[in-house]
Design a protein around this ligand. Structure first.
Ligand code: GCV
Length: 684
């Protein structure tokens, strides 16, 4: 009997130890070692800080740690000073961030010594593209954690609160301090009574963790839900409506962050509908939230007013308005000039607008990078972007410097990431997509971190010591797990670029879901700049979009050095070659190969890389709990099949124009182009 009991007990323990659905993210419980926390103030945020420290402490047992709120000129905003036995900050939130940093260092094994840690950006904001009915635009991890359809849509349940609190904690642990709760393609209903009450309930939970709530608004709300005849920003009744709406919101949520606006973009209404400018629209809203300290994040993702090269349109519309925006307007600019492609050069707006606050918008959800299926660690892409040199003030004018206030003074500094979070147990659909959420927060706090550091931190916190099969029992964990998996993460973005759209190719996706390959996709009646042939321009001569002076002249929007660099095929980085140039199939690449051959090798190497990732992952099975292991293994298998399809589809399609053989040392396509296209057209 006793024996049976022990077996059952052991069975239970191992089930428990190995049941890993990834819900805990990178936040795993501590060692249970005691610690004395001494704090000179009380608040809900400080309580959290104290609790976190007590439960996560991995240092010397019985140690005294002092949490001290005391002004110091070295500390900026919610920054802090860390030392061996003390965290000092100007604000309660600074203390909480200091605690998370201390625990992170303990987990990762980094030194805990005197260090002044200040945030790179003041506003570090997640943008949820969540709809009121619970669906998420470009979401791949289930429905919204904030909104649902049905009779209980506005009931705040206990489980909602638990989830929102977990969400807040995860964000605070990586320094995120703002969240936009709904899609930029906003419903006007967002500003109605029931919805605002739910926003208040969410805000109340997020507040102690230092996270402010924001809403995306529909510009035409005054006429759609306010009973007004117009939403013209020059109409006094419209102004009054927004002022009253702001008042109502701030009465419910005194620390409400402000509004995010997508206007006159992809069919959304905006001030141009009334003959007004983006500045007119943004300023009206800015005036409404100004008395309460709110900001307006006004998106520059626009391309609907002219026939110009889409990549040029945001710059053309916004540059003339520089200097016309109120000081509480921040212009939110996507990292690249088109739309979150696997690789884009930086948007020429960065560093160019001198009298406006500009914030980068990057996409954490993998709309164009394999969605919930592909393992693609995005930090290398963001690092590449942040380190891009705009040359606006000479060499070294990186995007990071131009946007964080260190080179160009801005009233506000901010960065936004389009969230990849949903109701899935592991939050992000793909376990490794959690690393992208993590990376966004870490880079928003410190925009000079390397992808390698971020991957290292995430892997250790997510996988080390999480079950009996891992580090404690495997002294070789670092060699056998950390090293190869980190390398896989670091290579994963380049692999995706290779099998999807190498050498500067862009937007050659199937239809509007942006998942598979579709360089042929061009249904009649659809906007040209939504179709792949507009972007790849393949013909019998060659391939690529000519954005030099002999083409759309997109290069002229960059500063002189950059423009010269991109204009010349010799100096243009090969990764952007076909973004800026239309080149013949036999153009000689730096490798000595023809462009066609190089394209073939790139596609092939992308496939090989993913096949290699499968081996790398299979080898670490002894170090990972079964649930997470099989989850990733299955996803990698699908990614491999997809990569093969991308390669075959693109090479066979482009071969119709190049009329050249696929180099014979490359594995032959295994799909038929006509079948791929037929199936694709049937699906769409
Ligand atoms: C929210 C792309 C996406 C859209 C998205 C849009 C935007 O076009 O495909 O789903 O809309 O960008 O950023 O506004």
């Amino acid at each position: 009997m006793r024996f049976i009991h022990s077996v059952l007990f052991l069975g239970f323990i191992s089930m428990h130890l190995f049941a890993e659905n990834g819900h805990q993210l990178w936040l795993r419980s501590g060692s249970g070692k005691s610690i004395n926390v001494v704090c000179n103030k009380k608040s809900s945020t400080l309580n959290i800080a104290e609790e976190e420290l007590k439960s996560g402490w991995k240092g010397q047992a019985g140690k005294n740690i002092y949490l001290i709120i005391k002004r110091d000129d070295l500390i900026k905003g919610d920054g802090f000073i860390l030392s061996d036995n003390k965290i000092q900050a100007n604000t309660d939130l600074g203390i909480l961030y200091g605690v998370y940093e201390l625990l992170r260092r303990q987990n990762v094994g980094d030194d805990i010594k005197f260090d002044v840690c200040n945030p790179a950006y003041e506003y570090r904001v997640l943008n949820h593209w969540d709809n009121l009915d619970g669906t998420i635009e470009r979401g791949y991890a289930g429905n919204s954690i904030f909104w649902r359809d049905g009779e209980d849509a506005f009931v705040v349940k206990e489980e909602d609160k638990v989830l929102w609190q977990e969400y807040a904690r995860a964000n605070a642990s990586i320094g995120i301090n703002g969240t936009v709760l709904n899609n930029v393609n906003a419903s006007p209903e967002m500003l109605t009574h029931n919805v605002l009450n739910r926003v208040k309930a969410i805000a109340d939970i997020l507040r102690p963790y230092g996270i402010k709530t924001y809403l995306s608004i529909k510009f035409s709300s005054p006429s759609m839900i306010g009973g007004l005849e117009t939403s013209d920003p020059f109409d006094s009744k419209v102004n009054e409506w927004w002022n009253e709406k702001a008042k109502e919101i701030y009465q419910l949520i005194p620390d409400f962050g402000g509004f995010l606006v997508k206007a006159n973009s992809e069919g959304q209404p905006g001030p141009q509908d009334y003959g007004r400018t983006h500045a007119d629209g943004a300023n009206m809203l800015a005036d409404a939230v100004k008395p309460y300290g709110g900001v307006i994040m006004w998106r520059a993702f626009v391309y609907q007013t002219s026939e110009e090269d889409r990549a040029k349109q945001a710059y053309n519309e916004f540059m003339p308005l520089d200097g016309q925006f109120r000081d509480n307007v921040i212009i939110q600019v996507k990292n690249g000039p088109i739309d979150f492609q696997p690789r884009e050069p930086f948007s020429p707006l960065f560093g160019a607008m001198k009298s406006s606050s500009i914030m980068p918008e990057i996409q954490i959800t993998q709309e164009y990078l394999g969605q919930g299926i592909h393992l693609v660690f995005l930090a290398p892409m963001w690092e590449e972007f942040l380190k891009s040199d705009t040359y606006r003030k000479g060499k070294g004018s990186t995007i990071a410097n131009c946007t964080d206030g260190s080179l160009i003074t801005q009233k506000y500094t901010a960065i936004a990431g389009v969230s990849n979070i949903g109701l899935d147990a592991n939050w992000c659909g793909h376990l490794f997509a959690q690393a992208n959420w993590y990376a966004f927060g870490r880079l928003a706090w410190n925009n000079s971190l390397t992808s390698e550091q971020i991957a290292n931190e995430w892997l250790i916190q997510t996988f080390k010591n999480t079950d009996q099969k891992s580090a404690i029992f495997n002294p070789d964990w670092e060699l056998n797990f950390l090293k190869p998996i980190k390398q896989m993460m670091l290579d994963s973005r380049e692999a995706a670029v290779n099998y999807m759209m190498p050498l500067g190719l862009h937007h050659i996706f199937a239809a509007e879901e942006h998942y598979g390959p579709g360089p042929w996709w061009a249904p009649k009646g659809i906007r040209k700049d939504w179709t792949p042939p507009y972007y790849h321009q393949a013909d019998s001569v060659g391939i690529g979009f000519n954005r030099t002076a002999t083409g759309s002249n997109g290069v002229c929007q960059y500063s002189e050095n950059v423009s010269l660099l991109f204009s010349n095929t010799i100096t243009c980085p090969e990764m952007y070659l076909l973004w800026f140039h239309h080149l013949s199939w036999t153009y000689k690449m730096k490798s000595g190969r023809t462009l066609w051959d190089e394209l073939c090798y790139r596609y092939d190497s992308g496939v090989k890389q993913v096949r290699h990732f499968q081996t790398v992952w299979d080898k670490v099975q002894p170090y990972v709990d079964f649930q997470r292991f099989f989850h990733v293994q299955r996803k990698l298998r699908e990614q491999s099949r997809n990569a093969q399809l991308w390669k075959d589809a693109c090479l066979l399609y482009f071969q119709q124009y190049s009329h050249l053989p696929i180099p014979y040392d490359i594995e032959r396509p295994v799909h038929e182009l006509d079948v791929i296209i037929k199936e694709d057209l049937e699906r769409h």
